[in-house]
Design a protein around this ligand. Structure first.
Ligand SMILES: [Zn+2]
Length: 118
């Protein structure tokens, strides 16, 4: 059994169900916690995605991701993180936003996940 949110394997009997999903203890606390709204990171992410939804420009990092994958005809998230000197998790978040805007998509190349222009 894996957490539907973060993918962490959950020991038998310790899974928590929330609506239709199975969550690990951490994520369950996360969804239930009223302190979530006070989490500066959550608020910042929400602000970021709201902004990029409003504008066609996206963030500066998103622009750099787009130009890199266009120039290189697709790159892996690890390569993007290295080229942009940001954390893999940050790249993944930007990619998720870009996918949402239908600017990039993921494809498999030689068994590796590669981000390519939409
Ligand atoms: Zn989890």
């Amino acid at each position: 059994m894996e957490c539907h949110k973060c993918g962490t394997p959950i020991p038998a009997g310790e899974e928590r169900s929330y609506h239709d999903t199975i969550l690990c203890e951490d994520c369950y606390m996360d969804v239930l916690s009223p302190a979530r709204a006070c989490d500066p990171w959550a608020v910042r992410s929400a602000g970021l995605s709201a902004r990029s939804g409003d504008s066609l420009e996206g963030s500066a990092v998103q622009q750099r991701i787009l130009s890199l994958i266009q120039k290189n005809n697709g790159m892996s998230i690890a390569d993007l993180a290295e080229r942009l000197a940001v954390k893999t998790g940050d790249v993944e978040r930007e990619i998720a936003a870009l996918r949402h805007m239908e600017k990039v998509r993921a494809t498999l190349r030689d068994g590796k996940k590669i981000i390519v222009p939409w």
